[in-house]
Design a protein around this ligand. Structure first.
Ligand SMILES: [Mn+2]
Length: 290
């Protein structure tokens, strides 16, 4: 018998508020490191080995770290890149919030497209070591933000954790007016100041895309393209909670590369970050059923 590991804490898709999906696809990555397509299943498995997740526990919070009100979660399993438009359109039509595990970061552009078509311009909150804002090449893991441009409002979007931009990416950041918070900025100006700045920039329809390489490789070595001098996990989690507090239209966690992980630290952190989001927000949007 094949064991199915899922994040579901309610019995049916219909009653869920959040829908978890895996996108085990790295076909648009140019990284020398391979293996992000294994991340969804490994993160699911790790989430059950530690304290974050209690399967099918409908009586107490699934995410024991927060003590926050419980969200209803249904895990749809893994889907293919080709099915993104169809599946996300349905999830959004049903008034639910997609939570995606990648896979390479290029998948985010397709998700944001589906969200933008449903909700209008998205405030993109982009956690990453790299801006992924290349425009000379398209539709790969380095052009994600450029590929998202038709569906986002750049002036109400932010990048957090950036510390390895290419020249053309710096030019695009200036050209389109996206505000960047590097790890050094956050350290220098302080936490509360950073949170207030971010909250003053982002509008409604917040989508959080969390490239695991935003975190320092000391904490998250298992990523495709690690860069030193990254965010501390506590900093990232508090930013996540504050940004998602009033509701988000979706989130993803991308670029986890289990093969390069050390003692599953990165996968455990990824599972915890998803838990932080799922347990944090007060859902203000009305949930519509079939
Ligand atoms: Mn990225």
């Amino acid at each position: 018998m094949i064991e199915t590991i899922s994040w579901s804490n309610c019995k049916t898709y219909r009653e869920s508020e959040y829908v978890v999906l895996g996108l085990p696809d790295e076909s648009h990555s140019h990284s020398l490191r391979k293996g992000t397509s294994n991340a969804p299943d490994v993160i699911r498995r790790i989430s059950r080995e530690r304290d974050v997740y209690i399967e099918n526990n409908t009586e107490s919070p699934a995410y024991t770290n927060s003590g926050a009100p419980q969200s209803k979660i249904f895990d749809l399993g893994n889907i293919s890149r080709e099915n993104i438009p169809f599946v996300y359109e349905r999830i959004l039509h049903d008034g639910k919030i997609p939570v995606t595990m990648g896979g390479d970061h290029s998948l985010t552009a397709q998700i944001v497209k589906a969200l933008g078509m449903k909700h209008g311009p998205i405030s993109l909150v982009y956690f990453d070591a790299h801006p992924d804002f290349v425009s000379s090449t398209r539709d790969f893991y380095g052009s994600v933000v450029y590929d998202c441009l038709p569906y986002i409002n750049p002036k109400s979007s932010v990048m957090i954790g950036i510390r390895s931009p290419e020249l053309e990416e710096v030019q695009n950041i200036k050209k389109y007016g996206i505000t960047v918070f590097s790890p050094a900025d956050i350290q220098y100006y302080g936490f509360k100041h950073t949170i207030n700045e971010i909250l003053s920039i982002v509008g409604k329809n917040i989508y959080i895309s969390f490239d695991m390489d935003c975190i320092d490789p000391a904490f998250a070595p298992g990523v495709s393209v690690p860069v030193p001098m990254g965010l501390n996990p506590v900093t990232a989690s508090i930013l996540l909670k504050n940004i998602s507090h009033d509701g988000i239209v979706g989130m993803d966690i991308m670029e986890v590369c289990p093969e390069y992980d050390i003692q599953a630290n990165t996968c455990h952190l990824a599972s915890r970050m998803i838990g932080e989001i799922l347990s944090a927000p007060v859902i203000k949007k009305k949930i519509s059923y079939f």
